[in-house]
Design a binder for this molecule. Structure first.
Ligand code: HSE
Length: 436
C-alpha cells in the first residue's frame, strides 16, 4: 500500500454502470470511509469521448482522461475498477494493473469467461486482488457466497436464470401468447433489450456467466468454450403453449452440474439453453427481467439467490461492495484467496449429459403410428415418461415427454423420428428440467 491516507481508485469506463459508481462514491463517501477505514478517492476516470463526458458533468473535468493505459500505470493508483467490457484492450489494462500489484474490480464477464486464467495468473504474480461480483447477476451477492461462504461445502448443482432480457421476453410470451419476434420488439421498445440483442437472445451473455459460476462452484477452470449454448430465438408461441399445457414455463436456464457416476472419475457439465420447468419450481416464478440462481450443496441443501441482474445502480452496488473489500485488504496488507482450480474436473461434452426432452410431432392419425414412434424411442434406449395426443382429423399432434437419457441419444431419436414417413413434422423439441 502506498503511503498516504486514502485508497486511490482509477475508473475505466463511465457508461451506465460507471456513472452510478461515481455517484455512489460521492453520495456514500462518509459511510464508505468508515467501512474501509480510509477514504476511497477517485483519482481518474478513463473514457473514450472526453467531450461528451465533459458536457455531461457527472465527473469533474480534471479527473477525465482518454488515456486508460496511462491511468492504469500511474504510481499513485491502488485499485483499478473496470466497467468497459470486451476482451481487448480491457485484458491488457487489467493484467498490467494486477502485475504491478494494483487490485482490480471488474464487471467484465466476457473477459473472465474467455480468459480468466490470464487475469488470475497476473493477480498471483502481482500479489493483488481480483474481484468480479458484478460480472454475474448484477446486484445479487452470488460470487462471494460461492467463493467464500460455501467453501466448506460441496456444490453439486447450480441452476439459474442469469439473463434478464431473455427472461423478460419469455415472460411476455407466456403472458400474451406472442411469438418470439413480437416479444423481442416489445422488449426493445421498452428498453429491456439492447439495439443489438444478439449476446442476450443467442445465449452468449448467459454462457459467459455460466462459465464463471461453474469455475467457482467446482474449483475447475471452465471457459465459455466449454459451455454448451442455445439461445431463445427458436422458441415459438406453440412451445410456450405446449409448456403451459403440461403445467410448465419456458426459461433460458444456465445449468452447471457435478457428475459422480460410480464407474468413472468425477466430472462437470455446463450448459445454457431454453427449457421447460414445472410451474411449482421456484425458478418458474422469476418474472420480468429478474435473475435467480439456485445453488445445491451437499450440506447446505438448496439455496436461492434472487434479485435485479442488470442496470446501472444494481451493478454499481456489486462493484462498490468489491471496492470496499479490496480497499480493506490493501489497508491490512492482505490479499483474498487466489483462484481455486485444484479439482480440475473433466468437462463433459453435451452429448454425455443426461436430460429429458419434450417433443411435439405432427403425425398421420392412423393405426400403428404411435407404435412406430414408440419403437424409435425404444431403439435408442430412451424411455417415455408421458404421451399426449390431440386428433385433428387426418393428422394428430403427438406430444412425448421422455425420462432422462443422454443428450446424444435424444438427438439421435429426434433425427430418426424426423425420417419416419408417418411423421409430417417435428414441430418442437425442448429440454425439460426440474423434478420428475
Ligand atoms: N444483458 C444482460 C441481461 C445484463 O439482460 O441480463 C448484463 O449482463
Amino acid at each position: 500500500m502506498r503511503s498516504g491516507k486514502s485508497v486511490k481508485v482509477a475508473l475505466l469506463g463511465c457508461g451506465t454502470v460507471g456513472t452510478e459508481v461515481v455517484r455512489l462514491l460521492r453520495t456514500q463517501a462518509a459511510d464508505l470511509t468508515a467501512r474501509v477505514g480510509a477514504p476511497l478517492e477517485l483519482v481518474g476516470v478513463a473514457v473514450r469521448r472526453l467531450d461528451r463526458h465533459r458536457r455531461a458533468g457527472v465527473v469533474p473535468s480534471e479527473l477525465l482522461t482518454d488515456d486508460a493505459m496511462g491511468l492504469v500505470e500511474r504510481d499513485d493508483v491502488d485499485v483499478v475498477v473496470e466497467v468497459v467490457g470486451g476482451i481487448e484492450p480491457a485484458r491488457t489494462w487489467l493484467t498490467t494493473a494486477l502485475k504491478s500489484g494494483k487490485s482490480v474490480v471488474t464487471a467484465n464477464k466476457a473477459l473472465l469467461a474467455e480468459d480468466g486464467a490470464t487475469l488470475h495468473e497476473a493477480a498471483a504474480e502481482g500479489n493483488a486482488d481480483l474481484f468480479y461480483e458484478a460480472s454475474v447477476a448484477g446486484a445479487i451477492p452470488l460470487l462471494r457466497p460461492l467463493r467464500e461462504s460455501l467453501h466448506g461445502d460441496r456444490i453439486t448443482r447450480v441452476i439459474g436464470i442469469v439473463n434478464g432480457t431473455t427472461n423478460y421476453i419469455l415472460s411476455r410470451m407466456h403472458a400474451t401468447g406472442a411469438g418470439f419476434t413480437e416479444a423481442l420488439e416489445e422488449a426493445t421498445a421498452l428498453g429491456y433489450a439492447e439495439a443489438d440483442p444478439t449476446a442476450d437472445i443467442e445465449g452468449f451473455d448467459a454462457a459467459a456467466k455460466a462459465a464463471i459460476l461453474a469455475s467457482l462452484a467446482f474449483h475447475t477452470r471452465v471457459t465459455v468454450a466449454d459451455v454448451y449454448r442455445e439461445g431463445i430465438t427458436e422458441v415459438s408461441a406453440a412451445d410456450v403453449a405446449s409448456a403451459e399445457a403440461m403445467g410448465c414455463v419456458v426459461k433460458l436456464l444456465c445449468v452447471a452440474e457435478r457428475h459422480t457416476d460410480p464407474d468413472e472419475p468425477e466430472s462437470v457439465s455446463v450448459r445454457v439453453h431454453p427449457a421447460m420447468i414445472p410451474r411449482t419450481h421456484p425458478l418458474a416464478g422469476v418474472g420480468e427481467a429478474f435473475n435467480a440462481v439456485f445453488v445445491e450443496a451437499e450440506a447446505a441443501g438448496r439455496l436461492m439467490f434472487y434479485g435485479p441482474g442488470a442496470g446501472g445502480a444494481p451493478t454499481a452496488s456489486a462493484v462498490l461492495g468489491d471496492l470496499v473489500a479490496v480497499a480493506r485488504n490493501r489497508l491490512a496488507g492482505a490479499r483474498a484467496a487466489s483462484e481455486s482450480n485444484y479439482a480440475a474436473l473433466r468437462i463433459r461434452p453435451m452429448g454425455e449429459v443426461r436430460t429429458r426432452y419434450h417433443i411435439s410431432l405432427d403425425v398421420d392419425d392412423r393405426a400403428g403410428v404411435l407404435a412406430t414412434v414408440a419403437h424409435v424411442f425404444a431403439d435408442h434406449g430412451v424411455s417415455i415418461q408421458a404421451v399426449r395426443q390431440e386428433g385433428r382429423g387426418e393428422d394428430a399432434l403427438l406430444v412425448i415427454v421422455t425420462h432422462q437419457a443422454t443428450d446424444a441419444a435424444l438427438r439421435a431419436t429426434v433425427q430418426a423420428l424426423a425420417e419416419l414417413d408417418t411423421v409430417r413434422q417435428v414441430a418442437g423439441v425442448m429440454r425439460v428440467e426440474g423434478e420428475q
